[in-house]
Design a binder for this molecule. Structure first.
Ligand SMILES: Cc1cc2nc3c(=O)[nH]c(=O)nc-3n(C[C@H](O)[C@H](O)[C@H](O)COP(=O)(O)O)c2cc1C
Length: 171
């Protein structure tokens, strides 16, 4: 699938078949995530891949709207190691770019997923930290549920000409 097709046809997928995500597919997804741009190329992203059903169930309960993690065969917790960032604060954009890369790659190889937002809710990040226990100084950006879609997402075009101005925002 070419890049533009993946971007334009990706949808959040929250229902999955029983089919597993292979180790090779997981590696493809993580490699795509780590190919993302980051501030000063600092690559602060760190990932916990969660296959264990009990751990996924706990993650699904840890924050609101996280139930897809409990249903999917694979959950991924996206975190940043903020301890030695050359460009502090940019970890949010860096890890968001990695998350979107991963979702687009998943769609391109026939999988489906959904971004579960955590940051900037510190209580949600704390609940997830309790479950996957990263080192001190790691920050949780979010989670991603990944699996085989039960059905394709709807096709939409969200282009809005009124969201755009040229050379300045003159009404
Ligand atoms: C920062 C962020 C947080 C999100 N959090 C959740 C979430 O907690 N649970 C969920 O089911 N979807 C979540 N989503 C997915 C959005 O609901 C979805 O992207 C949006 O409705 C647009 O639909 P689409 O992804 O199919 O284009 C999140 C998306 C983003 C970018």
């Amino acid at each position: 699938m070419d890049t533009l097709t993946s971007i334009m046809t990706r949808r959040s997928i929250r229902q999955y078949t029983d089919e597993d995500v292979t180790t090779e597919q997981l590696l493809t997804l993580l490699r795509a995530a780590m190919a993302a741009p980051s501030a000063g190329n600092q690559q602060p992203w760190r990932f916990v891949a969660v296959r264990d059903a009990d751990v996924r169930a706990r993650l699904a309960e840890a924050t609101p709207y996280a139930s897809p993690i409990g249903r999917a065969p694979l959950g991924i917790v996206v975190m940043a190691d903020t301890r030695e960032n050359k460009h502090p604060g940019f970890w949010v954009q860096d890890c968001s770019a990695a998350t979107e890369n991963l979702l687009l790659a998943a769609h391109a190889i026939g999988l489906g997923g959904v971004w579960i937002g955590v940051h900037p809710h510190v209580d949600r990040a704390a609940a997830i930290t309790q479950i996957v226990h990263p080192p001190e100084g790691f920050a949780v950006l979010g989670m991603i549920a990944i699996g085989h879609p039960t059905s394709p997402g709807p096709q939409v075009d969200r282009y809005h000409a009124e969201y755009v101005r040229t050379d300045g925002w003159d009404e």
